[in-house]
Design a protein around this ligand. Structure first.
Ligand SMILES: [Fe+2]
Ligand SMILES: [Fe+2]
Length: 136
């Protein structure tokens, strides 16, 4: 049983963004399942790497669209992305140095961050894209 489930309520109405969010949820669930199954760091490290890679690419995708659509809320949105990246990269470093473990607290943090970011920040941005006729 995954930690997160995709639902219509999470749709921002932009196909590309929605499918990337679904993929992020898949990675989070994969990491959660591995943790629950007591998998070792050697199994979890590449999943964490993939999740972070995908997150960075996803943020980049949104940020390109912000530029292309002259989004007035870009600065605040970018700041949310920047803060999250900073935190997860710090975690990744500590995890690789065996100073931190993947815990339920971390999983909850990722889940809550993603849910609140999609529902507030990304939805707001997608509304802007739709208003510019860019909701593809
Ligand atoms: Fe975003
Ligand atoms: Fe997003």
């Amino acid at each position: 049983m995954g930690l997160m489930t995709w639902s219509k309520e999470l749709s921002v109405g932009h196909e590309g963004i929605d499918s990337q969010h679904q993929e992020l949820i898949n990675y989070i669930n994969e990491l959660h399942d591995a943790m629950k199954a007591g998998k070792g760091d050697a199994i979890m490290a590449p999943i964490l790497d993939c999740l972070l890679d995908y997150t960075v690419n996803h943020f980049g995708f949104e940020e390109k669209l912000m530029k292309a659509s002259a989004y007035p809320g870009a600065t605040a949105h970018l700041e949310e992305h920047r803060k999250l990246k900073k935190e997860v990269f710090a975690f990744q470093e500590n995890f690789k140095a065996k100073k931190m473990m993947i815990t339920m607290d971390l999983m909850k943090f990722l889940k809550d961050w993603l849910l609140s970011h999609i529902l507030k920040v990304d939805k707001e941005f997608a509304k802007h894209l739709a208003s510019k006729g860019m909701a593809a």
